[in-house]
Design a binder for this molecule. Structure first.
Ligand SMILES: *Cc1c(COP(=O)(O)O)cnc(C)c1O
Length: 309
């Protein structure tokens, strides 16, 4: 079912790129699976393998009510013959509250709705121990698949390309994907990360996840200097977007037939195009990682027709 061979490397031809002598390629991780949104599969791959190897019966993880990670975990666990438990932020919700949650339930995920106060404990060891008493023999994966196994899964993305780019662009949520990419890019490549949260400390968050994953600072401090943070493309914060962003996504779709989502990939591609237009990448070979984000062919936000901010 989950076949990374579907993630082709697509060359993009647009007048703006010709004007700036940019060669742009898009790594189509969005094509890996309709439910397991691109990078979410990468992050789950070795977590699921470890769960199976260590004889666990299921996966337990955390997410918000529109979480791509929850849907991906439900689908990938079902495929791997494991059960799945999702701890969802929002005690007032239920399995029918929106399409994301309905999809999780339909994919066999046992959903548990908790208050925001309880959800804030999601990274606390004592909460994990409490959860394991209720759900023995489950592997707990942090929100967004943000752990060591998530990172090594994302290290494989660049190996499926010539890995000879001047710049790589990727959207950033938990930073797991960008760390995996950072560990695998060529020496000459700079990594441009586009955080989708407002006021997000990208480098600090990357350091925190690297520490949590038990990786030696001497192994990553130098690498972090290759990271360029494009922090002016959050469009107001997580889940927020403007008509301008939606127009740019639609225009890109018309020109390339590549769908984007307004939460992650739309913002990252907007950042890339804006920076090309401003002359930051003249003459470069660039790779854009399409991390997915489109559940069942439509982005979540489009499905739910959430208001524009
Ligand atoms: C979750 C997600 C991201 C964020 O990836 P991180 O590894 O958490 O930084 C980016 N793009 C899409 C489409 C996602 O669903």
């Amino acid at each position: 079912m989950f076949d990374p061979n579907r993630s082709v490397l697509q060359h993009i031809d647009l007048p703006i790129l010709n004007k700036h002598l940019v060669q742009l390629f898009i790594k189509r991780d969005d094509l890996i699976d309709p439910f397991v949104s691109g990078n979410k599969w990468r992050k789950l791959k070795y977590n699921l393998e470890m769960a199976q190897r260590s004889g666990r019966i299921g996966i337990l993880t955390f997410g918000g009510p529109y979480s791509n990670h929850l849907v991906a975990t439900a689908a990938a666990s079902q495929e791997a013959g494991l059960c799945s438990v999702g701890i969802v932020r929002g005690g007032e919700l239920n399995a029918q509250s929106n399409k994301t949650l309905r999809l999780c339930a339909a994919l066999g995920m046992h959903l548990i709705f908790v208050s925001r106060k309880k959800y804030a404990l999601r990274n606390e060891r004592y909460y994990w121990e409490e959860l394991l008493l209720e759900h023995p023999d489950h592997l707990i994966i942090p929100e967004g698949g943000a752990n060591y196994y998530g990172i090594i899964g994302c290290q494989e993305i660049l190996n499926e390309t010539p890995n000879d780019f001047d710049s790589v662009y990727v959207a950033q949520g938990t930073t797991t994907t960008s760390i995996g990419i950072l560990f695998s890019v060529a020496q000459k490549t700079s990594l441009h990360v586009v955080p989708v949260l407002k006021g997000y400390d990208s480098i600090g968050e990357m350091r925190a996840l690297l520490n949590y994953s038990g990786i030696e600072p001497s192994l990553y401090e130098e690498l972090l200097e290759k990271v360029l943070v494009c922090d002016e493309y959050h469009f107001g914060g997580y889940g927020k977007y403007s008509v301008e962003l939606l127009d740019a996504m639609e225009e890109f779709f018309r020109q390339t037939t590549i769908p984007l989502d307004p939460i992650y990939t739309g913002k990252a591609l907007y950042a890339l195009m804006d920076r090309i237009r401003k002359g930051h990448h003249d003459g470069q070979r660039i790779l854009f990682i399409h991390t997915g984000g489109i559940q069942g062919g439509e982005s979540i936000a489009q499905k739910e027709s959430r208001p524009f901010f």
